[in-house]
Design a protein around this ligand. Structure first.
Ligand SMILES: [Zn+2]
Length: 764
């Protein structure tokens, strides 16, 4: 009997079915050990030995039980570094190998099997061809984990000291935040230039009138897309009227910069002779894109389906685990021999041989190292469409995209014909370009957008007639903000993204509130800007794309076996920790919290105020700080103004009184980013901040009667991440919460006793 261990329970059943009676399959539900949650967890004085701690004792216990009576342990975790490390941790914890990966338990055999698709053939084939644990892959995974831990754990406390408590710095994430911050600053300092286009609608037959139209500011949008945009211009061949664009003056590129200039051009051309000067037809080919890698899948799903990268990966994982697509974490563009043959066979039968090239198309991966996942993302069965697999919703849409892209990658290019006509008027030249698809090729399957536009037949020397002249005002646009798609593209271009890291990077930078999304686009927060500035000034390497790309390359070399992981980390860590100590002394606390100037004057000394980043967001501080301690909230209210509110009738009828300190002083009302709160009078020296609490009768009025426990006690109203909820009086020991329903009027009427009882309790 062999015990096979996979990562996800969803896979276990299918694989057991494919492997037959001699195998039983269990799942580890991901990693079973990890670095400790608190503490460095890495022994920097002894070869960076990680202090792994068991995170899933129950799972391990189950696996130990399952191992009884088994003669071979088969590690079948995912086919990448992460999967290799998971397998090794399991084998070590089950005492089948030692920590160096050596097979030490002679009573139990050890096999590592990998498959990149969960099909009967692939799984059986993998089981018949086991190998040993690849310690190079394991080391590459460990090295990444340890590097990230060292940087995060050592750098974050410095940010707490110098900027704000609770901040954290990450290795690759900080570079991603920097890209977004730099782009925002480029946009802030961008000066838009005005320019004008002139479009002439031209008839091939004489016309009596010319219409002149101006369009102001036609494009203020900053929408950008990595995909080609569809644009089919309807052209009615019965009315021979074609829009030509002014392109040249005296044989040179021409663009008007003002309305006056475009007016001048119009007056010069409107009454002149318009003569066709050149007619050109050219054929071109439009080639299909390679099948998807992780990065292009995430980009295209974002652009075409509007999926965030995390969503794309979740759906792709489902499809993989259901045996419908190959492994979704890959930077390979390669398709297996069998896959190519299957695609070609399907395409010939379904669309005809004329769409299929004589020889298969081979795509080379950009990645310099042969990565451990071996194929691009493709369907396991090309002939099965989403419908025949019974897919719906997101899964249907993503599967369709993956399948069509992979199929198209083995098809002939589309053949396009462009048709260019140039019309000369005096010194000026106008041009129109038509485009036609002569042969659809791969477009038959994968709808890349081509704007088709027919031009009528025109001959050199022929006179044509302007019917309408349209001047349009434009402004040069700053570089677009990053979207998920364009950020992933940039990370890949810079060599700092890997299939397993794109989605986590995008998640982390938002979760840590270094960036926010506005529509599809990332904007840095104040914190993101301040932290980036500090890192750029004092830890240039950490936020340098080239340096980070080199680190990623080093990790790839560890995976290849051409670099030793301890040496690699040591090279980095020695200079990093020396620099850390040095810079810690240099950085002044106030240096990076200034965000800008303000028009307000200091309430204490009358000097100018500056905008600063504080614990609860922006506030105004006297520019003379620390000599003068004057400060205000962003709306110009001083601390005293806020504190005054406590005395108002409205406040007293809504909230419980201020909490008191042990020595009987009142807490003070302060304003933060998330509204008002009670602060210890010695705050922020004494870190005691408490939420405002509603009066019991106010709670009933707003949220209805509190639910009661079995022994008649009231549930308490609490503030959570997702709003208010009722919590058991012994919460959090008793984990019993009730979602808030909208206040019912009947609830409010029967307030009575419970309210009084609670009021008494609260006043104690
Ligand atoms: Zn002042």
């Amino acid at each position: 009997m062999k015990l096979v261990i996979v990562e996800s329970p969803a896979k276990a059943k299918t694989i057991e079915k494919y492997l037959g009676k001699e195998y039983k399959v269990k799942s580890s539900k991901g990693h079973v050990v990890d670095l400790p949650k608190s503490g460095l967890g890495v022994d920097v004085d002894h070869n960076y030995t990680p202090d792994y701690q068991v995170t899933k004792p129950a799972v391990l216990q189950e696996l130990r039980q399952a191992l009884k009576g088994v003669d071979t342990l088969v590690l079948a975790s995912d086919p990448d570094r992460e999967g290799e490390a998971i397998g090794w941790h399991i084998a070590t914890e089950l005492k089948v190998t030692d920590r160096s990966g050596r097979h030490t338990n002679k009573k139990i055999g050890l096999e590592r099997i990998v498959f990149t698709e969960i099909t009967k053939e692939a799984v059986q084939n993998a089981a018949a061809n086991p190998r040993k644990i690849d310690m190079n892959l394991v080391d590459a995974q460990q090295a990444r984990r340890i590097l990230d831990r060292l940087v995060g754990y050592k750098l974050s406390p410095l940010l707490w000291k110098k900027i704000r408590y609770g901040l954290s710095a990450g290795r690759v994430q900080s570079v991603a935040v920097r890209l977004i911050v730099d782009r925002e600053r480029e946009r802030e300092s961008f000066n838009a230039d005005e320019y004008w286009n002139l479009i002439a609608d031209i008839r091939t037959e004489k016309t009596n009138k010319i219409e002149i139209v101006y369009k102001l500011k036609t494009d203020g949008s900053e929408e950008e897309s990595d995909e080609e945009v569809t644009e089919t211009i309807e052209y009615d061949p019965n009315v021979i009227k074609v829009p030509f664009t002014l392109t040249q003056k005296q044989g040179k590129k021409f663009e008007a910069v003002s309305k006056a200039e475009i007016d001048k051009v119009i007056s010069e051309v409107e009454s002149k002779k318009w003569i066709v000067a050149d007619v050109k037809k050219e054929e071109s080919r439009k080639f299909p894109s390679p099948p998807f890698s992780t990065s292009t899948l995430q980009q295209t799903a974002a652009n075409r389906l509007g999926f965030a990268s995390a969503r794309t990966m979740k759906i792709a994982q489902k499809l993989y685990e259901a045996g419908q697509i190959t492994y979704m974490r890959t930077d390979s563009l390669h398709l297996s021999q069998q896959a190519i043959e299957a695609a070609r066979k399907y395409l010939s039968a379904r669309y005809g041989a004329k769409f299929v090239p004589e020889k298969p198309i081979v795509y080379k991966s950009k990645s310099k190292v042969a990565q451990e996942a071996h194929e691009a993302i493709r369907p396991t069965h090309f002939e099965k469409d989403a419908k025949s697999l019974g897919l719906s919703g997101d899964e249907e849409r993503l599967y369709k995209l993956i399948r069509e892209r992979a199929l198209a990658s083995q098809m002939l290019p589309a053949i396009l014909e462009s048709h260019t006509v140039k019309v000369n008027v005096d010194d000026y030249a106008f041009q129109a370009i038509g485009k036609q698809v002569l042969f659809k090729g791969y477009l038959e399957v994968y709808p890349d957008k081509v704007s088709e536009f027919d031009l009528p037949k025109m001959e050199v020397g022929q006179q044509v007639y302007p019917e309408k002249l349209l001047g349009t005002q434009h402004f040069t646009q700053p570089p677009a903000r990053f979207s998920e798609a364009s950020l992933i593209k940039e990370l890949e271009r810079l060599g700092i993204g890997r299939p397993s890291t794109y989605a986590p990077i995008i998640h982390t930078i938002q979760q840590r509130q270094y960036v926010e999304k506005e529509g599809r686009y990332f904007i840095p927060t104040d914190t993101g800007k301040v932290v980036t500035d500090l890192l750029v000034k004092y830890f240039e390497e950490i936020v340098d794309a080239g340096f980070t790309a080199q680190m990623e390359n080093n990790l790839d070399e560890v995976a290849n076996g051409s670099e030793e992981w301890v040496k690699m980390i040591d090279n980095f860590y020695k200079s990093f920790s020396t620099n850390l100590d040095k810079q810690d002394k240099k950085i002044k606390k106030e240096e990076f919290t200034k965000l800008g100037d303000s028009k307000e004057k200091c309430p204490d000394c009358g000097k100018a105020m500056i905008i600063k980043l504080g614990r609860f967001g922006r506030f105004l501080s006297c520019s003379d700080f620390p000599e003068c301690k004057g400060m205000m909230s962003m709306d110009g209210k001083t601390d005293e103004d806020v504190q005054e509110q406590v005395k108002t009738k409205e406040f007293k009828e809504t909230y419980l009184d201020a909490p008191k300190t042990e020595d009987g002083r009142d807490f003070l009302l302060k304003r933060g980013k998330f509204g008002e709160f009670w602060a210890h009078p010695d705050y922020p020296k004494v870190k005691d901040a408490r939420p405002l609490e509603l009066l019991p009768e106010k709670i009933v009025e707003l949220y209805g009667e509190p639910p009661k426990t079995e022994d008649g006690r009231d549930y308490a109203l609490k503030n959570g991440k997702f709003g208010k909820f009722w919590a058991h009086p012994d919460y959090p020991e008793v984990k019993d919460i009730i979602k808030i329903k909208t206040a019912s009027k009947s609830g409010a009427k029967t307030s009575g006793k419970a309210t009084k009882k609670r009021a008494k309790k609260a006043s104690k």
